[in-house]
Design a protein around this ligand. Structure first.
Ligand SMILES: C[S@@+](CC[C@H](N)C(=O)[O-])C[C@H]1O[C@@H](n2cnc3c(N)ncnc32)[C@H](O)[C@@H]1O
Ligand code: SF4
Length: 359
């Protein structure tokens, strides 16, 4: 298991709900901001008093952390004891980013920002139900660099209705022109209970997404960004520690509504709405909504399913000889590990179904 300890903080507010997003975020509860941040501080203080380990990574995500006043957000971060060299990331929406916000983050210990670019083509952003102006992406990156961020991530999405291969190519060209040390590119997925789910004519096409994935991989590789997990590319040394901890089944605490946590095989998640979270924390009660404990076999299976998606791959023996032979185009052996080939990355879910249980 991963030796580090992660902290995830969820900020459940958004200016507008994107058509494809099923995350626990709300557009009508900004008036709760101050009480919510107060509850986060109280909850963190309690865990610290309860011997919470120093964090090797912190991820402030959402929702939209940049909708909250930066100095107040940083007062929450200040409650978390950090291990030396900890990675501290804040997710940013390009419309909200200001030079002052980036300076406040940087001087308060944030050392990585993750900017939600999604696309640099206006009609594609419109098709995703996004509000931001593509110009704001360049400005946000400039402010981040000027504030001294040596590493940052750009998030992009492929497969929106009406997005041509040329549109996607333009997004990729614009993204690499910003010289990002890390890029996450996600295939648009249809999640239940979203606007997108109710409109089948806008659903992504598998073949189109496969072409766009390969184009993305080519573009990233030719700009020195190496694929280290199916959807993630980084320059050497800029891989995201927090995500790597998730992929290696590390321990992490989750603060805020709908945040998930994991400690030695027990997983739990908090109540979904910010008002319920505030209420429970202020009453001195646990905001935990539900939990599950993984048995050794399920835990091992999940670990292999996560690892097979990474550059590290899985141990020899994780697949039967017959499956290895049948999937010879999709899997290859590298330094005593089995890793996905480029075509294998396109079919990772199908490949993962063939992992052997009993090892
Ligand atoms: C939940 S958002 C939070 C950060 C920020 N609000 C934003 O939108 O960039 C984190 C990432 O998940 C992506 N995401 C959310 N739902 C998705 C979906 N259905 N398919 C693909 N990516 C998705 C977002 O676009 C974003 O890049
Ligand atoms: S994708 Fe980001 S901005 Fe859009 S609704 Fe989800 S969390 Fe909010």
């Amino acid at each position: 298991m991963h030796p580090g300890f992660g902290v995830y903080i969820h900020i459940p507010f958004c200016a507008k709900k994107c058509d494809y997003c099923a995350f626990a975020t709300f557009t009508d509860r900004h008036q709760l901001t101050s009480d919510y941040l107060g509850a986060l501080r109280t909850h963190i203080q309690r865990s610290v008093a309860n011997q919470m380990p120093k964090a090797t990574s912190v991820f402030i995500g959402g929702g939209t952390p940049t909708l909250v006043p930066a100095d107040e957000l940083m007062s929450v971060l200040a409650e978390i004891p950090l291990a030396s060299g900890a990675e501290v990331t804040v997710e940013c929406n390009p419309d909200d980013v200001t030079a002052e916000m980036m300076r406040t983050f940087r001087s308060s210990g944030v050392n990585r920002v993750s900017i939600g670019v999604q696309s640099t083509v206006e009609h594609v952003l419109g098709s995703l139900g996004r509000t931001h102006d593509p110009e704001n992406v360049q400005r946000s990156v400039r402010f981040a660099k000027e504030a001294g961020f040596e590493t940052f991530n750009l998030d992009i999405i492929y497969g929106a209705a009406g997005e041509t291969l040329d549109d996607w190519s333009k997004t990729l060209i614009d993204v690499v022109a910003l010289d990002p040390p890390h890029v996450s590119a996600y295939g648009l997925t249809v999640e239940a209970n979203t606007v997108l789910a109710t409109q089948p004519d806008r659903h992504p096409d598998d073949d189109d997404q496969a072409d766009k994935y390969l184009l993305c991989d080519d573009m990233m590789s030719s700009h020195g960004l190496n694929n280290y997990e199916i959807s993630n590319w980084a320059k050497s040394g800029h891989e995201c520690k927090h995500n790597s901890l998730y992929w290696q089944q590390g321990n992490y605490e989750g603060f805020g509504s709908a945040a998930h946590a994991h400690l030695n095989g027990r997983r739990w998640w908090n109540v979904r709405t910010p008002e319920r979270y505030i209420e429970l924390v202020n009453a001195g009660e646990s905001p935990e909504s539900s939990s599950e404990t993984l048995d050794a076999k399920t835990s091992k299976r999940e670990m292999l399913q996560l690892l097979v998606r990474t550059r590290e791959g899985v141990p020899l023996g994780s697949f039967s000889d017959a499956d290895l032979e049948e999937m010879s185009e999709l899997l290859e052996c590298q330094n005593d590990r089995i890793v996905l080939t480029r075509s294998g990355r396109l079919l990772a879910n199908e490949v993962a179904l063939r992992l052997i249980d009993e090892i």
